[in-house]
Design a protein around this ligand. Structure first.
Ligand code: ATP
Length: 267
């Protein structure tokens, strides 16, 4: 497994993200352009937020868009899961937080991504509560050191914003709240198209129409990724079976019927 706090420029591109257009515009203003063209921001005396909280149901692209932002900005990306920072001996958690921020500064411009950030900022049982509180205090100290945070942007992600301590949602901390919703029928089509770029989708397939089918109601981006994978497996299975029985050139694309069968399986 990867070393904790490992940094690199992610290989997720904007075109890998389906939908989420308004979010993309926000991040473009607040992070990407600010890193690429800092001079555009000079002279207005504006304090622009450097901390963001993405919230919403699981599997809708929070991690994906954070990675795309880093890629687009040419920034390093450090991915840290909230609970990982907690699974340490007392005292080690605070050190881990300090180390994390100092590493982020060393490789700036950098995006520090806290997945499941609610784990760090929720009150727990007695024992846990104390550890969490010390860790939270350290986190606040680091977040408030904005002066020394040049080029370090912090993005948190959570499915449960309501359990988070209000103190972390203030400006300068995770100050800008951005909702990442379940995709609309139209956006489901865009997500399928983004995911389909790396799959042999038959030219006859209209992913936009598939995304709008009733069977896709309430599917998240992660569900759609599973759907496309299932359709690909069904197409592959068919090809393998047909090459066993005949020597004809076997079908090697994913067709609408494969999507229909995949939908039957997952729903
Ligand atoms: P969680 O809250 O469970 O961490 P998340 O919102 O961070 O979820 P991601 O990890 O970004 O979700 O998404 C999981 C996978 O689902 C992605 O790797 C991708 O394959 C697919 N996916 C989700 N949303 C989108 C999207 N908007 N466009 C394209 N693919 C998506």
């Amino acid at each position: 497994s990867r070393r904790e706090g490992f940094s690199a420029i992610p290989n997720v591109k904007w075109e890998d993200v389906g939908g989420l257009d308004s979010l993309r515009k926000e991040f473009d203003r607040y992070i990407v352009r600010r890193i690429k063209f800092p001079e555009d921001y000079e002279g207005f005396g504006v304090d622009l937020e450097t901390g963001f909280l993405l919230y919403g149901p699981p599997g809708c692209g929070k991690t994906l868009i954070a990675k795309a932002v880093a890629n687009e900005a040419g920034a390093n990306f450090i991915h840290i899961k909230g609970p990982e920072l907690l699974n340490k001996y007392v005292g080690e958690s605070e050190l881990a937080v300090r180390t994390l921020f100092s590493r982020a500064r060393t490789c700036s411009p950098c995006i520090l991504f806290f997945d499941e950030v609610d784990a760090l900022t929720t009150k727990r049982g007695k024992e846990g509560g104390w550890v969490v509180e010390r860790l939270l205090n350290q986190l606040l100290i680091e977040l408030d050191g904005a002066e020394q945070r040049r080029g370090v942007f912090v993005i948190g992600a959570t499915n449960r914003p309501e359990v988070m301590d209000r103190a972390v949602l203030r400006p300068g901390r995770f100050g800008k709240l951005l909702y990442v919703p379940l995709p609309s029928p139209y956006e489901r089509g865009l997500i399928l198209e983004a995911l389909g770029r790396k799959k042999p989708i038959d030219a006859s397939v209209d992913l936009c129409i598939i995304g709008q089918m009733e069977a896709c109601e309430n599917l998240s981006g992660a569900d759609l990724a599973a759907l496309i994978n299932e359709a690909a497996m069904i197409a592959l299975e068919e090809k393998l079976t047909s090459t066993e029985s005949t020597s004809d050139a076997a079908p090697s694309t994913i067709k609408t019927q494969h999507f229909e069968r995949a939908l039957g399986k997952i729903s």
